[in-house]
Design a protein around this ligand. Structure first.
Ligand SMILES: Cc1cc2nc3c(=O)[nH]c(=O)nc-3n(C[C@H](O)[C@H](O)[C@H](O)COP(=O)(O)OP(=O)(O)OC[C@H]3O[C@@H](n4cnc5c(N)ncnc54)[C@H](O)[C@@H]3O)c2cc1C
Ligand code: SF4
Length: 338
């Protein structure tokens, strides 16, 4: 284990002041990702700023009719919160498809957004990795890339973003509230995570001296016609090969609004509004859903071990949209088990 200093932030302003004073410091919330990275010496922060006791654990209704989730609400509490179960079941389904109950009890909402890729080379400090060490190369492009990206990748990095919850947040058009030395700002979810380009070491557009204070959900929650489907190697405790969040609002038999986001396929939750637009004004059918899936995957590219994901994603999109249209979601909130 590396040496590091430890400090506990007394309030949110103190947390920002402390991180701004030390660019090599890191916030620690639940620690479920950061501590593993530190043990493997992938991350070597000079100082941990403990934010786990800050008063960011509320879930409140907003005047705009939506919900504001504090950044430190544990994933379990969020998934089982009555407002989320009733108004945003897509989020509850996505959270409960991830990790394990124990991890979800520790993991925070803010930390989930900033968790790092599960590319094995990123965690293996004996191999080149542009994300871990800029300019060193990408071991995955010609290596074992079964779990890697099929959309939006670059020559520098083909890693995927591992979160389930973020796929649902992307579909629902959440907004991320952050605070830094220059004040507060709000980032649209689509702009929060980045594609790798030639800077894969930067996962998000969060500045190094900013803290996530909350996630805002808009009023529209798609609580009737939704589904989150996660395809993985094991039934639980595994990251997605492909996941799909789908949500539909009908006007009679006609699709009035549709949302579609994919996980496990790109460096960020992948949402394509032009594929969603193709669904609008149409009746739900396998043919229409396949058309949208083909459109969404038009630029998909497979590597030596992951080309199967393109067809997998196509079929997963059609199935998830079908489940959403029939109001038979893949998973529903299950009974609370702690
Ligand atoms: C074995 C295992 C299996 C898992 N399986 C899944 C899965 O299937 N699906 C899934 O989605 N996730 C999965 N996870 C990941 C888990 O969801 C994340 O580790 C967790 O959400 C991170 O939250 P945390 O509070 O523990 O973050 P931490 O580990 O404390 O922090 C992670 C990062 O976020 C930063 N950070 C934390 N809070 C803030 C904030 N408020 N503002 C700014 N930066 C912040 C930290 O500085 C750090 O860089 C798994 C994890 C493990 C260990
Ligand atoms: S895919 Fe990205 S994270 Fe994985 S080895 Fe290549 S540069 Fe590193």
């Amino acid at each position: 284990m590396i040496n590091f200093d430890y400090a506990r932030a007394s309030d949110v302003t103190d947390a920002v002041r402390r991180i701004a004073a030390d660019p090599a410091a890191k916030f620690i919330a639940g620690g479920t990702n950061l501590l593993d990275l530190m043990k493997g010496q992938v991350e070597r922060p000079s100082r941990l700023i403990d934010i786990s006791r800050l008063p960011l654990k509320q879930i409140d209704e907003t005047t705009a009719g939506g919900i504001l989730i504090g950044a430190l609400v544990p994933n379990s509490d969020l998934a089982y919160h009555p407002l989320i179960e009733r108004r945003y079941p897509l989020i509850a389904s996505a959270i409960l498809a991830g990790a394990s109950q124990q991890l979800r009890n520790m993991a925070s909402t803010g930390g989930n957004l900033v968790q790092r890729t599960r590319c094995a080379y990123f965690y293996d400090t004996t191999t080149p990795c542009n994300k871990r060490e800029p300019g060193s190369g990408c071991s995955a492009i010609d290596g074992i890339n079964r779990g890697h990206a099929i959309l939006g990748a670059s020559e520098a990095c083909i890693a995927t973003h591992p979160s389930d919850m973020c796929v649902a947040l992307a579909a629902l058009e959440a907004r991320v509230h952050v605070l830094g030395p220059k004040g507060a700002r709000v980032i649209a979810f689509a702009d929060f995570h980045r594609l790798p380009g030639d800077m894969p070491h930067r996962d998000t557009n969060l500045h190094a001296d900013e803290i996530i204070t909350g996630i805002e959900l808009p009023a529209r929650g798609f609580a009737t016609n939704y589904s989150y489907l996660k395809i993985r190697d094991r039934l639980s405790y595994a990251f997605a090969l492909v996941s799909v969040a789908a949500a539909i609002e009908f006007d009679g038999d006609i699709i009035k609004h549709a949302r579609l986001a994919l996980g496990g396929v790109a460096h960020k939750p992948w949402r394509d509004t032009s594929a969603e637009a193709m669904l609008q004004g149409r009746s739900a059918s396998q043919a229409v859903f396949t058309e949208a899936a083909d459109h969404l995957l038009r630029d998909a590219r497979g590597y030596s071990h992951n080309a199967f994901k393109i067809d997998l994603a196509r079929r997963a999109i059609v199935r998830t949209l079908t489940q959403a249209a029939q109001a038979t979601p893949q998973t529903q909130s299950s009974k609370k088990v702690r």
